[in-house]
Design a protein around this ligand. Sequence first.
Ligand SMILES: C[S@@+](CC[C@H](N)C(=O)[O-])C[C@H]1O[C@@H](n2cnc3c(N)ncnc32)[C@H](O)[C@@H]1O
Length: 511
Amino acid sequence: MFPLRMGSPASFATVRDFLKKSGYSEEFLKSHFSVPALEPLLMPQGLLFQHFEKLYQGEGAALFLTRLFLGGYATPRQLFHKYCPREVMDALLELGLVQEVRGSHHDLRSPVLLYPAYGLYIASDAGPRMEGVTGYQGQDFVMSGTEDICRDFIDGFPKTPCERFLDMGTGSGLAAILGAGFAKHAWAVDITERATRFANFNRMLNGVDNLTILRGDLFEPVKDLQFDRIVSNPPFEPPLKSHMIYSEGGSDGEQILARLVQQAPEHLVAGGRLYANVCGTDRDGETFDERVVRWLGVYREEVDVALFVRLELKPEQYAIQQMLGENQESWRLHEYNAFYGSLRAYQVVIGMLVIQRRTRPRPVFRVRRKLGLRSGVEHMDWLMDLEARLLDEGMPQRLMQAAPVATSHWELVARHAFREGRLSPVSYAFQTKQPFEVELNVAPWIAMVVADCNGRHTLESLYDSLQKKAPISEGQFLEAMRALLSCDILRLPGESVPEPLSGPVRHYFLQ
Ligand SMILES: C[S@@+](CC[C@H](N)C(=O)[O-])C[C@H]1O[C@@H](n2cnc3c(N)ncnc32)[C@H](O)[C@@H]1O
């Protein structure tokens, strides 16, 4: 049964204003518990026991709300009288955000988690909590959206204005509610009724009225609509865990993503993009990104595909990470090994998949890049735009007339071997860390051209002088220059690449 009640807009506004005025914010939680993000507070889906002591250190409305909504503790009525004005208390009861503890008129408890996230308040299902409360255990459990993986998703799509925004598989509705803040209108779809009810509750709690929430299988409820931005954090786990709808991605973990990729192009306007948070496998004979292109079917020639990788892990590393996260027994490692073995998978890939419907007939591009530690969505969007420009009509001629500059953040690594009694270079590779971690193997002539790119020589003049030393075709030359531009080893005049992100670097558990 859905644990909350839809109340009047006025009751939602009363609760919202109270939460804000009380200082119940992400900043408060991070500083009170001395954690860099909310996730370390919350395994599994509730406040971790080791934070218990701090929960009772200090006083104030924000801490009271933390105990109530994050800790899930039964709270005596007199404390509510201390911190909540009468109308707030009435509104909390009306919305079901607090309910009487069974068998006690003195204590109240919240049946849900209610978190501050990205300046919003998000209610979602609560898992096991202290005091023997088991939490919600249905397969349609709605995750909060504040877990690290959801943060990666939310941080991985642009927040710039757009017309029509869709969050596919919305869960608690966090991404959709954020989207409604910069889109003219936003839509959210989820297959479970429970998720759509939470999303709608959260829409009201955050006072959003340009968001339509619909229930159904992928694009079925929006079959006649097109969007300029679609975002999705689809389920992608192997079918080895608890069969939760939010996490299980079908027989190979990629089934829902495959259908999403297949159907998305039809629902994108020209120039529209899908940003999907993905986890898939590189397999013998077919990498993950190659399979994505195959899923596109008839849209293959109309759609650009970019895979921005955050993490590449050996299957057994990924399995260990999963087992530790879920407190699973170590013998299950065999099940994971058998699963990845059956797929002939040699690598698990986690990242952001961007699919773009081209604006006019032109060749499409495919890129796969490992994101630099200080790179984010700005860098992904920069590359998407650059790759499209490099395929513009007339670009080869314009490129030949341009005088690019070599950037200064790469290293050229030469491998040497001892051959015929002499140490000789056998291969050259450009290595970069920002904006992407790249190792670009090149022929020696490419390294020589880059060394001469100082902004004063056009590519045409560099090509002419190269001709005297090596017979390279213009096609080969341009292809190499495009690769160098796309890795930000060369830059065109006037090209501006986003600065590396500042602030703490996101560290992954196993890397
Ligand atoms: C990993 S959760 C992500 C939830 C939310 N977007 C977030 O990031 O917190 C995946 C969501 O997709 C929904 N879902 C699963 N299969 C779906 C389908 N076939 N069509 C629409 N939604 C689906 C699940 O119910 C769940 O809410």
